[in-house]
Design a protein around this ligand. Structure first.
Ligand code: COA
Length: 194
C-alpha cells in the first residue's frame, strides 16, 4: 500500500478536503464575483465572510449526508485550488444524492477542469458509495454547465418554470439526473472516442 493520502483523482484534478476555515475567504471571493454569482442563480446580495464561514465550517468534517471537497488542478507546476464540489442530501435508502459544483476561479472556467471534477466525483459516488442516482439543478441560461453535465451523462429531467428571480427577470431552471448506467454509457463513449 502506498503512503499517498487517499484522494479522489480525475485526469487533471484531484478532490481533497478543504484545508481549514481560511478556505471560506476563497469561496467568498468566488460567490461575490457578479459573473459567477449570476451563473449559480444568485443571491443578488453580497455574501459576508461570516456567512461563508458558517457554510464551510460544518463541511470541514465528514458527515453521513454530505461530502464537500476542494477541486485542485494537478496539471500545473504546483497544485492550484480552483473551486469546490459537493455531494449532498445523500439518501442511502434510495441510493441517491444531489451534486453541486463551483469552479470559482474564473481563469479556470471553460477549460475542462469542472467536467473532470464532476466525472471523478460521480465515479466515486457510483463505484465506492454504490449510489444509483445523482441529480442537480442548473439555470436555463447556463449553457456551459448544461453542456458539461451532458458530457458526464446527465440528462434533463424537468424544467422548473420561473423558479428564480434575478435582476428583475424570472428564469427557469432544469433538474438534471444521472443514473449509474447513464454514467457508464458516457464513459464507454468517451473511451471509444479516444
Ligand atoms: C459549470 C462548470 C462546472 C463547467 O465546468 P468546465 O470545466 O468549466 O466546463 P468545460 O470547459 O468542460 O466546458 C463544457 C462544455 O461547455 C462548452 N462551453 C464552454 N464555455 C461555454 C460558454 N460560455 N457557453 C456555452 N458553452 C460553453 C465547452 O466547449 C464544453 O463543450 P465541448 O466539450 O463540447 O466543447 C464550471 O464552468 C463552473 O463551475 N462555472 C462557474 C459556476 C457554475 O456555473 N456552476 C454550475 C452551477 S449549476
Amino acid at each position: 500500500m502506498s503512503g499517498d493520502p487517499v484522494v479522489i483523482q480525475g485526469d487533471r484534478v484531484r478532490l481533497v478536503p478543504p484545508p481549514d476555515i481560511g478556505f471560506a475567504r476563497m469561496t467568498e471571493a468566488w460567490v461575490n464575483d457578479p459573473f459567477t454569482r449570476h451563473l449559480i442563480g444568485g443571491p443578488a446580495y453580497q455574501m459576508s465572510l461570516a456567512s461563508r464561514e458558517d457554510f464551510v465550517r460544518p463541511r470541514l468534517t465528514p458527515s453521513f449526508d454530505g461530502v464537500y471537497l476542494v477541486i485542485e488542478v494537478i496539471d500545473t507546476p504546483e497544485p492550484v485550488i480552483i473551486g469546490a464540489i459537493e455531494l449532498r442530501k445523500i439518501t442511502p435508502e434510495h441510493r441517491s444524492a444531489e451534486v453541486g459544483i463551483l469552479v470559482g476561479d474564473r481563469a479556470y472556467q471553460g477549460r475542462g477542469y469542472g467536467t473532470d471534477a464532476m466525472r471523478a466525483l460521480c465515479r466515486f459516488a457510483f463505484e465506492e458509495m454504490d449510489l444509483r442516482r445523482i441529480h442537480l439543478g442548473v439555470m436555463e441560461f447556463n449553457a456551459r454547465a448544461i453542456r458539461s453535465y451532458e458530457q458526464v451523462g446527465f440528462v434533463v429531467e424537468g424544467r422548473l418554470r420561473q423558479d428564480t428571480y434575478l435582476g428583475g427577470h424570472y428564469y427557469d431552471s432544469f433538474v438534471m439526473g444521472l443514473l449509474r448506467e447513464d454514467f457508464e454509457t458516457a464513459e464507454r463513449a468517451r473511451r471509444q472516442a479516444g
